[in-house]
Design a protein around this ligand. Sequence first.
Ligand SMILES: [Zn+2]
Length: 418
Amino acid sequence: MRVRAYRFRAYSSKTTARVLKTQFEAACRLYNALLHAEQEEYERNRHMMSRNELRQLALDLRKRNTEFQALHSQVAQQVAERFYQARERFLDGLANKPKKKKPHKFLSLVYPQSGWRLSDTREVGLGKNKKKRRARLYLSKIGFFTLILHRELPLERVSQVCVKLDPSGRIHVIFLVEEEAETLGQSSKEPKNAVGVDLGIVRLATLSDGRYLENPKPLERSLDRVRLLQRSLSRKRFLSGNWFKTKTKLAKEHEHIKDFRRDLFFKLGALLAGEYDVLVLEDLNVQDLIQKSETKKRRMRLYDSSFSELRVMLEWQFRKRGKLVLPVLAFNTSRECFRCGGINKSLTLEDRVFLCPNCGFTLDRDLNASLVLLKRAGWVPPAVPVELRPIPPLPTLGLVSGRHGGVMIQEAPAFRRG
Ligand SMILES: [Zn+2]
């Protein structure tokens, strides 16, 4: 079984939104109470509470405290589950020790099997042929939300519903759906073509077929505004009305950047997965890269490019269609000649052109790297690389399907398996 998330925008009345916020606060205090009780128990009896003990403790606390009774019982247990998961991640060495949560950062609640109901689903026309559906979601102890269902939701397989508030005030509802692993498994078809993708700062992605995507640097572009808001925020009194107002503005700016990236990555992934059977990527450790960077500007740009998010999105688009993703060793990819394997040791970050000291071959640095990736994955790159050309502005791409669309780029040469 695999779990897939369906995320929808939700709208509520002001009253419901207020109730939601009170619930977050209650859940936050419950979380902190659990954390406190767990620590005491450990100090006194050297006993580590189990998952069930924590769930039971949450229910007991709820019985004794009227504030916690505002929460649905399963939601209270889910708070215990959240603490348990955080502690497990800490014990596995994957995260820091669970800390007291701050109320303005505790912004989601989870309903498992019960306590929610989706009803009143109906079509609402939008645009000419486009039909979206609207539905009412009832969350027990909170109220009603209007959802815009922009995609089909397999309601009978929903295992969990999560309601989440963005710091800017937007509400999203996320349904977790269990899916058979087979529907996402490898397709039986022999893969016919592969694309190597080199990720970089100057060009966000360079494909082995010569196409590339400029790095839009969303954060860098809105940095002036972000800085202005941050300065203004630091002058406000912590947690005051004006502080929250500025905080919301800042959150909106960050969400805009995030949405922009997500949208761009999604479209690039859809484009590639629509054309290719195999995706070849560098297996690089982004955190490592960021830490090793010498200048602040370079660190910021690495962060701004969000390689890991881009990778996850690209991989997901391929796997979703039952296609193959091959991560290959990142070692020396930009210094190796894709034709003869010679190494240019003197290549620096600033050099945009690769020159092979062995066979004298010159090629764009990123294009060469993407071809090296392809070769390392066991595919034969073309004898003569294709010329570099930009991918046209992506907003149009999502609407064009297949290779016959007007704005689509010329067909990529097919690579044979070596
Ligand atoms: Zn060479």
